[in-house]
Design a protein around this ligand. Structure first.
Ligand SMILES: C[S@@+](CC[C@H](N)C(=O)[O-])C[C@H]1O[C@@H](n2cnc3c(N)ncnc32)[C@H](O)[C@@H]1O
Length: 385
């Protein structure tokens, strides 16, 4: 423990994460000036668990007590103050957008940046109001700034999530993910499905996968989803339209008689079934007979259900395919990789599944990439017969 350890109690006035390894807060004690405190894992001053818990505890507005000490690396304390009488002009934020002067309406005089305020652009309101030093465009300027901001965010998201192993360069829209996943399932698990085995579509939401599998291809499918969701008529017609567009590989001629007819009908009479419950150990005990009819467990962006799907399928010796997304690491501190790393990212969650023991049933756990935007790496397993 550092010899300079001291405690500050005060209200968190600002919290900002700069990267996965570093966040800072501005803390306001009673009757004392504000301080800035950094929390970091890159210099070993905090472990990942303490870092994440500190981030959660430092909610803006909360009054907290924090133990602080100087940086571990003494050279980080060497500050050369700016002493010139000429005001220092700050750089633009890296990756920040600039808006053309002719489309932006700069209202209050104190707006000294040409960057639009992200809260204003995103939510059409900003808590800071006229105090905000970023732009609050209105009318046509707002629309233009918002389109540009969305484009920039999408571009940055693509750069941040780029995976050099992913063979799909120009991917299909996220809205087609269930249909693309079903096509991949039919190709990959043809043996299991041709033998009449059904699919357990866990964390299925409204049941898009099950609807496409069963009404589209006659493959019986059961949605396991605790939440009951409304299934309005337009949900069915939208899904059918997406299927036709996907099958045609282009925009079909919606006015043609054949296409109109196809829109009104699903190819198969098999309807999906819904079980509004969680997949957990109790589920496996309560549905022994039903599980005998199932040959494959699937989960698309199945949140907290992802690891339970894998564990349940391995336990039952059934094939599985999951497309992991969110990790919920704070609820699952016991999940660690063989190298000791805590599972906090989607990539680590994939590695965690790959490290599962398949002895007894044979077959390697494998991965593949699906051709849609967003989290698209599927982890799957085919047991030996
Ligand atoms: C992000 S949604 C995904 C829905 C759908 N698969 C899709 O891609 O549109 C995650 C769903 O997982 C469900 N879920 C979470 N834990 C679950 C569990 N243990 N068993 C079944 N469903 C679960 C939630 O209710 C939620 O609807």
């Amino acid at each position: 423990m550092s010899p300079h350890l001291t405690a500050i109690t005060g209200q968190v006035r600002l919290r900002r994460k700069l990267c996965k390894a570093l966040f800072f807060i501005d803390i306001q004690p009673d009757n004392e000036p504000k301080s800035q405190v950094f929390f970091r894992t890159d210099d070993g001053s905090l472990g990942i668990v303490d870092f994440q818990e500190s981030f959660r505890a430092c909610r803006p507005g909360s009054v907290i007590t924090v133990q602080v000490f100087p940086p571990n690396d003494p050279s980080e304390q060497e500050v050369v103050p700016y002493t010139s009488r000429i005001a220092f002009v700050q750089d633009r934020a890296l990756g920040g957008s600039t808006i053309r002067e002719d489309v932006v309406e700069i209202k209050p005089a104190n707006r000294n940046e040409s960057t639009p305020c992200k809260y204003w652009i995103n939510k059409n309101k900003c808590e800071r109001g006229d105090e905000c030093s970023f732009q609050h465009p209105t009318g046509k300027a707002f629309d233009t700034a918002r389109v540009k901001w969305l484009e920039e965010r999408e571009k940055n998201r693509k750069i941040a999530t780029h995976d050099p192993e992913d063979p799909h360069t120009s991917k299909k829209p996220h809205g087609l993910r269930a249909i693309i996943f079903v096509e991949w399932i039919r190709r990959t698990f043809a043996d299991q499905l041709n033998n009449g085995g059904g699919v357990l579509d866990v964390a299925g939401g409204k049941g898009e996968i099950s609807m496409v599998l069963s009404r589209g291809f006659g493959i019986p499918s059961i949605v396991v989803e605790p939440k009951t969701r409304k299934l309005p008529n337009y949900w069915f017609s939208r899904l059918r339209r997406l299927m036709l567009r996907f099958e045609a590989n282009q925009e079909p001629d919606w006015k043609s008689k054949d296409v109109q007819q196809a829109l009104q009908h699903w190819p198969c009479d098999v309807a999906p079934t819904y079980l509004h419950t969680m997949l957990d150990d109790q589920f496996l005990e309560d549905h022994v007979e039903l599980l005998k009819t199932v040959s494959l467990f699937v989960g698309l962006h199945s949140d907290q259900a992802t690891i339970p799907i894998v564990d349940a399928a391995l336990k039952a010796g059934k094939a599985f395919a999951v497309v992991p997304c969110c990790v919920f690491s704070h609820d699952n501190r016991s999940r660690q990789l063989r190298n000791g790393e805590l599972v906090t990212t989607t990539e680590q969650q994939i590695q965690y599944i790959l490290e599962k023991d398949t002895r007894g049933h044979g077959g390697q756990i494998q991965t593949d990439y699906l051709d849609f935007e967003g989290k698209n790496r599927v982890v799957y397993w085919i047991p030996d017969k």
